[in-house]
Ligand binder design. Structure first.
Ligand code: NAG
Ligand code: NAG
Ligand code: NAG
Length: 411
């Protein structure tokens, strides 16, 4: 039983240790903002905007509840000026719970209970300042909190352990609430998400599109959500094992795309590589080719590396030996190959940089600053904006590490 805890726990530790931007509210931790970001201080560590939590009491009657049965919540910063009728809806990330033990752990915090949710900071793609967020600053900006542990896709109830698996219902209840608060008349909309939330934006993109009339411009973006079905360093399948637990425990199969589940097993349909080419709504994939979560948890999780031969490399890319670097380059190639069917469609865009990082939309120094990562001189925010507003196609892949000198590597 104990081994089953490792993956989600490590994910949390990782986020806490690095103060990573994979979920923005971590920034209020001591040392907070920018902690662990190497060599990027274009923006001073001034506190960004704090946004109140809005709970959704009406969700209770629909059984749309967090793992512990509390009602879900979100944060909304209103749009203004020419952005007043535009909506950016972001899905928070934060790992998954794949067995009873990890779900019972999650309900002791905001990952499984709204009792522990509080105000959060909005920055990067959620910032209301044009100098930090040039294209979406005056839109309505919403972040939906993640408390179901299955990328908003579960459906079930474990009466014995008092656990609710209601991610899909949370999605629907929160969407209904936002529609009643003005999203119904949106002229333009963008669904985003990071990490487990990036996977959720992939799973829910076409449902989001279907909420609006054809006259509304709707697109979606996944940041650090392109989790690959790869073999780990011992030839095992660490992420498949994790996702299998999530899908099975939480009854997610019925909510995964039918175009996939009609042909494949449900767990395969939780992997973006098997579903992104079949999303009909225009979609943007933003991911680091050397996604640090995937290196640490998919390629070389401690479970398959008990002697910790990968420990130095996992947390410090300059400590990787040539064999390890070869495995990392092969991982990048796997990612680029997995993207091909998706990338061939004109409506889609992508930005695959060669940074060692996980999550790039909330941290202003990655998203949009004078020393942000760029590919061919274009920053991430500019690339996403160019694609969203059809200013140009954006199908951008960085050259392999170590050629890029604009990265702020996390490790
Ligand atoms: C946020 O909540 C506080 C109370 O906690 C309240 O005083 C403040 O007016 C709220 N801000 C907004 C924008 O609603
Ligand atoms: C999904 O996309 C793939 C790759 O483009 C394509 O071969 C397949 O026919 C699509 N499946 C469905 C059900 O649309
Ligand atoms: C990273 O690894 C290099 C090479 O082994 C080493 O010189 C350096 O001190 C390490 N950095 C940290 C922060 O551990």
């Amino acid at each position: 039983m104990k081994a089953l805890w490792v993956v989600p726990l490590c994910f949390l530790c990782l986020l806490f240790t690095l103060g990573r931007a994979a979920d923005s509210h971590l920034w209020r931790r001591p040392g907070g903002f920018g902690l662990g970001v190497v060599g990027s201080n274009a923006f001073p560590p001034s506190p960004p905007t704090l946004v109140n939590l809005t709970l959704v009491p009406s969700a209770a009657a629909k059984g749309a509840v967090c793992l512990d049965g509390t009602v879900p919540g979100y944060h909304h910063h209103p749009g203004f000026g020419s952005g007043a009728d535009n909506w950016l809806v972001d899905l928070e990330g934060g790992g998954w719970c794949n067995d009873v033990g990890s779900c019972l752990f999650a309900i002791k915090g905001h990952r499984g209970s709204s009792n522990y949710m509080d105000k959060i900071y909005f920055d990067g793609i959620l910032s209301e300042k044009p100098e930090r967020n040039p294209d979406f600053y005056n839109w309505n900006r919403v972040q939906i909190r993640y408390c179901d542990g299955a990328s908003f896709a579960g459906e079930g109830h474990d009466a014995e352990n008092k656990l609710y698996f209601r991610g899909q219902r949370i999605w629907s209840a929160v969407m209904e609430d936002l529609m009643s608060k003005g999203m119904r008349s949106a002229k333009q909309a963008l669904l985003t998400g990071c990490s487990a939330g990036g996977l959720a934006s992939i799973l829910h993109c076409d449902e989001f599109r279907a909420l609006f009339p054809q006259s509304t411009k709707v697109k979606c973006l996944s940041d650090a959500g392109f989790f690959l079905d790869v073999v780990d360093i011992t030839g095992g399948h660490a992420v498949r094992w994790l996702f299998d637990g999530v899908v099975t425990l939480q009854g997610a199969a019925q909510n995964l795309p039918k175009s996939c589940t009609s042909r494949r097993d449900a767990t395969s349909c939780f992997f973006p590589q098997n579903i992104v080419a079949n999303i009909t709504t225009p979609f943007f994939i933003l991911n680091a080719a050397y996604d640090t979560w995937q290196i640490q948890q998919a390629l070389a999780p401690i479970r398959v590396d008990p002697k910790e031969t990968w420990k130095a490399c996992k947390f410090n890319r300059t400590a990787c030996d040539s064999n390890q670097m070869q495995i990392l380059q092969a991982f990048r190639n796997t990612m680029l190959n997995a993207l091909q069917g998706f990338a061939a469609l004109d409506k889609n865009g992508h930005f695959i940089d060669s940074c060692f990082t996980h999550g790039q939309i909330y941290d202003p120094n990655k998203w949009y600053s004078d020393n942000s990562p760029t590919i061919r001189n274009k920053r991430i925010a500019t690339s996403v904006g160019d694609w969203y507003f059809d200013r140009s196609q954006v199908k951008t892949i960085d050259c392999a590490y170590p050629c890029d000198n604009t990265c702020h590597h996390d490790v």
